[in-house]
Design a protein around this ligand. Structure first.
Ligand code: SF4
Ligand code: FES
Length: 250
């Protein structure tokens, strides 16, 4: 049985560069398969724009498997779109209906300046990680995996936090543009494991210091970050980051 194709109206943010003013431009994409991903639908739009001699819409993507965190955009007012726990590249057009108008905008935050159209500069996250979101102690060669026993409940919590892909949706959804969920995920996954313990206190101090320096806002517990996170990272990690911070102070 043939799959019914749909026609979509798009309103897409176009902005030449970080200095220029942006605006929403309207486009139509016809014969969209419901099995296409949102990015494949944008690929079709871009092929059409190139054929007409117009500039394609710039957007970031890499893995298209929900792993790399580059593909974030705000779709109908929601970071990564309407499907919970799903990155933009994993969102399918079956979430939309024939004739629907979809607004597509970049993630907006002072610390994430727009480079062009839907592409933003997320290097603020890299600078946070570079302050200590890793283990630098010399552990010699890789030890046997079972030589350090870790309770399953703790290992699960650490792995859940480690699932953060650094997409920035948490920042885009937060009314304060806070990076607390991202930073807390990085602090949590290392603080929970024995390997992360030696640098635990300096790590929380340096990462939170850099988070503030980058111009992200403060967390005031709206939990919008958790609602849009494609990896369903829990705000429980923010509470843990606060406990780690106070522990490091005293
Ligand atoms: S916490 Fe979630 S929303 Fe924020 S950067 Fe990580 S994966 Fe993306
Ligand atoms: S393109 Fe890699 S997470 Fe979407």
């Amino acid at each position: 049985m043939a799959i019914a194709k749909i026609n979509i109206n798009l309103k897409i943010w176009r902005q030449e560069n970080s200095k220029s003013r942006g605006r929403l431009e309207s486009y139509k994409v016809n014969d969209v398969s419901p099995d296409m991903s949102f990015l494949e639908m944008l690929d079709i739009l871009n092929e059409d724009l190139i054929r007409r001699g117009e500039l394609p819409v710039e957007f970031d993507s890499d893995c298209r498997e929900g792993i790399c965190g580059t593909c974030g955009m705000v779709i109908n007012g929601i970071a990564h779109g309407p499907k919970r726990g799903t990155a933009t590249c994993q969102l399918h057009m079956r979430q939309f209906h024939d004739g629907q108008t979809i607004t597509v905008e970049p993630f907006r935050a002072r610390a994430f300046p727009v480079i062009k159209d839907l592409v933003i500069d997320r290097s603020a996250f890299d600078r946070i990680i570079s302050r200590g979101g890793y283990i630098s102690v010399n552990t010699g060669s890789a030890p046997e995996a079972n030589s350090i026993l870790i309770p399953k409940e703790i290992a699960d919590k650490a792995m859940d936090a480690a699932a953060c892909i650094g997409c920035g949706a948490c920042v885009a959804a937060c009314p304060n543009a806070s990076a607390a969920l991202f930073t807390a995920a990085k602090i949590s996954h290392l603080a929970l494991l024995p390997q992360g313990n030696p640098e635990r206190k300096t790590r929380v101090r340096l990462l939170t210091e850099q988070m503030d320096r980058e111009g992200f806002g403060n967390c005031s517990n709206h939990a919008e970050c958790e609602a849009v996170c494609p990896k369903l990272i829990s705000i429980e990690n923010i509470a843990r980051m606060r406990r780690e911070f106070w522990r490091a102070l005293f």
